[in-house]
Design a binder for this molecule. Structure first.
Ligand SMILES: CC(C)(COP(=O)(O)OP(=O)(O)OC[C@H]1O[C@@H](n2cnc3c(N)ncnc32)[C@H](O)[C@@H]1OP(=O)(O)O)[C@@H](O)C(=O)NCCC(=O)NCCS
Length: 387
């Protein structure tokens, strides 16, 4: 799944404004200076007609789907007007894309994941929400910030990515966007930052988020050769049966991930929630069983996932090694790599060209296994969590 997972246990795993009112700004130090700087930028907007993060700025779009969240006032400078939308118009997508490009240029790293960018352009998971942070000037509105909220994971809770235009930082707009995100959730929220960004860490820390984890995303082409899996003779592999395997799977999963913050405490209901997701496919969920006489013991599993297989994603589907686990009693026998290969071959048989996975940077054992299987580092994500 999208960041939030280290599913691997292998072997040892805010101005502007027509500013309808001139902002009352006193030039001072610290925050006041920054607010004044923003006010100057607003003036710049008025004089040059330049629109931040935008091509032509449309009037308020007639096709709005979301409500307008009341703007807050920040020490004399109006805050962002935040619109909450499920789908964006083509103009809005162009403005968000421009904002993302400006941020990428300024920070050296793109603030949104590829997955979010694709969903932005083509649509994606229906419950996903877009928050657009607007500033008003005489010339129209300018997009000062954007946040994408993903609420598709009922277990780990909502997760979000956000960015503020480089010239408008330290004016409280990031804080305002995060506040609006929180208002959309049950109080739990994960913020994802791409790359190690000090501003992201400072914003998250100042709002009570704790650094949660660093995830590497690894990828591998499915056109590159895939060796045949080598399983011990007493071990057979079958696919998961809904209504039958939930409990035993959860037991082995929790044993494999004992001590892991997210993955080590799954319940049957956690599994059932996933079963209700459109992407769930038992044909891509493999269980390894060891037979000894009449006894059959579940010793490992590989749960795969396909991103973007359903309509509306508009991007090439990509496979994911969703979670691989081996029971502690069976670790060290090559089951992890063998099960990984079983899943990769399944994903290849579905016509997919590549596969991704997320792994905690501390999970050196699993990283080694994946590198041996041809995975290489693609991206790094840092998550901050508030419960
Ligand atoms: C992170 C980001 C969204 C912050 O936006 P912002 O509008 O500048 O943030 P705010 O003005 O609301 O800052 C709120 C607090 O965060 C902290 N902060 C934000 N940026 C900071 C920086 N560069 N240095 C130190 N502290 C910072 C401060 O505590 C600040 O409060 P203060 O100004 O009263 O001291 C912006 O830098 C950005 O778009 N970065 C690239 C994308 C990104 O990293 N997204 C992930 C966010 S978790």
């Amino acid at each position: 799944m999208r960041p939030g997972t280290d599913r691997v246990a292998v072997d040892d795993k805010g101005a502007a404004a027509e500013h309808r009112r001139e902002p009352r700004v006193t030039i001072g130090t610290g925050r006041q200076q920054r607010v004044a700087q923003v006010a100057r930028l607003v003036g710049l907007l008025r004089h040059t007609g330049r629109r931040l993060g935008s091509g032509p700025v449309p009037d308020r779009p007639a096709d709005r789907h979301g409500a307008i969240v009341a703007p807050t006032t920040l020490r004399g400078v109006a805050g962002l007007e935040i619109e909450r939308r499920q789908r964006l118009s083509a103009d809005e997508v162009a403005q968000v894309t421009r904002l993302v490009d400006e941020v990428t240029e300024a920070d050296g790293v793109r603030p949104l994941s590829e997955h979010v960018m694709l969903h932005l352009r083509y649509g994606g998971d229906t419950p996903a929400r877009n928050l657009l942070g607007w500033l008003d000037s005489d010339n129209g509105r300018a997009l000062a910030g954007y946040a994408h909220l993903d609420v598709t994971d009922p277990v780990d809770g909502a997760s979000a990515e956000l960015a503020v235009a480089p010239g408008l930082r330290r004016a409280g707009f990031g804080r305002q966007l995060v506040g609006a995100l929180l208002a959309e959730t049950d109080g739990r929220l994960r913020l994802w930052a791409h790359g190690e960004q000090p501003a992201a860490a400072a914003l998250a820390g100042s709002m009570g988020f704790a650094r949660d984890r660093i995830l590497w995303q690894l990828r591998r082409s499915l056109y590159a050769p895939l060796p045949a899996p080598e399983l011990p003779p007493e071990v057979t592999v079958r696919t998961f049966v809904v209504g039958q395997d939930e409990e035993r799977w959860a037991v082995v999963n929790n044993r494999a991930f004992a001590g892991h913050p997210d993955q080590g405490h799954w319940t049957v209901e956690d599994v059932r929630q996933r079963e209700r997701e459109p992407w769930f496919d038992p044909a891509g969920f493999f269980l390894a069983e060891r037979r000894s006489g009449p006894d059959v013991q579940l010793v490992g599993f590989h749960w795969t996932k396909v991103h973007g297989a359903d309509d509306g994603h508009g991007h090439q589907p990509i496979g994911e090694v969703y979670v691989v686990g081996v029971d502690p009693s069976a670790q060290g026998q090559g089951l992890g790599p063998a099960l990984t290969l079983v899943g990769l071959r399944h994903l290849r048989s579905r016509g997919l060209s590549s596969v991704l996975l997320y792994v905690d940077d501390t999970n050196t054992g699993a990283i080694k296994v994946y590198e041996r299987l041809g995975f290489t580092r693609w991206d790094v994500d840092v998550s901050y969590r508030r419960n």
